[in-house]
Design a protein around this ligand. Sequence first.
Ligand code: ATP
Length: 363
Amino acid sequence: MPIKSVSIEHIRNLTSVAFEPSPRINILYGANGSGKTSLLESLHFLGLTRSFRTHQFRYLVSSQQRESLVFSQIDPTASGQAKALGVSRSLEGDVKIRYSGNDIDLSDLASLIPLQVINTDTFELLEGSPATRRQFIDWGSFHYDPAFIQVWRACRRVLQQRNSLLKCGKIDPALRQVWDSEFIHYAKRMTSLRKAYIDQLKPDFDTILEKLGGDLDVTLKFSPGWDLKRELDELLAEQLPRDLKQGFTGIGPQRADLKVKSDGVSAAERLSRGQKKLVVSALKLAQGALFHRMNQRACVYLIDDLPSELDEQHSRLFCEFLEQTNNQCFITCVDPISLQDCWSADTEVAYFQVEDGRLLHTH
Ligand SMILES: Nc1ncnc2c1ncn2[C@@H]1O[C@H](COP(=O)(O)OP(=O)(O)OP(=O)(O)O)[C@@H](O)[C@H]1O
């Protein structure tokens, strides 16, 4: 169980809040505007130094304050020995991450607390641009294969170089060949890591969608960003006039996508809102299941307003599934009664009432 205790200072309306979560299920309930989502954001800040709601830190830090701080005791490998993790960030841009007495960087932090968010933005996995689905694939690939982060960084660097040459409107053929061969090398490597990850994910996704009661024909297909039946160097050469005109590279792993179809057509167009929630939740839960199988570690799930969009039966199946996993879950809702009877007696469920930025452990 990763997070044993948390204390939060100066995040939105949370001036100073401390609590000890359950290792399994935590229900955070309270009226609109009480601070439930801010609590989830604080945990996200602890795991990634940023919010999932805004890219701009100035909106996250409490009004009149200059710095946010989340301090916790975590036990990422469930060894029984928790260590101190503190994350702070100031309006001036200073970010400090200390773990077990040492400064660590963001990629170390991301490995310590594998976070998954399920909220209304998660619908973007179906309805949004390919960039959202690439992020989803890359979260999994990052945790699936330690080599991925280096390949991803190298590929981004080469692509930036190639694009800056393209922006000049003409490109020396010898120079292009040098950059293209590097780009092709990393593009292929990245694509095989991403594809391997999605191949592993598919069976988990199918099983979980079925368990969530989504009696749906949904398929996942990884699309690498170019036609794999053709050689990438040939395609890049063919595409060059257009790339020069546009000033960027039009094909490659930066265009990868995950096609989600239901009954053979786009799931975003076909499915109802509740069905979409089941599909995007199954995608996120499948990532957690695969992560657990690969690393023998659980994820932390931040689930904002679980009951919304789901009827009673599907909410219940969702909770039943969460119970069967090892994940630590933080679930918000307005009315705790909506989730009260969903758990079996031996599941450790903690209820916290949120009121005006304060937290009360109720039962
Ligand atoms: N930077 C900030 N400083 C202080 N308060 C803020 C800041 N940003 C937002 N707030 C306030 O914090 C409160 C908590 O918002 P939050 O979104 O966490 O509520 P919630 O309990 O999730 O509500 P809902 O059920 O409506 O989703 C709101 O009243 C909001 O106006």
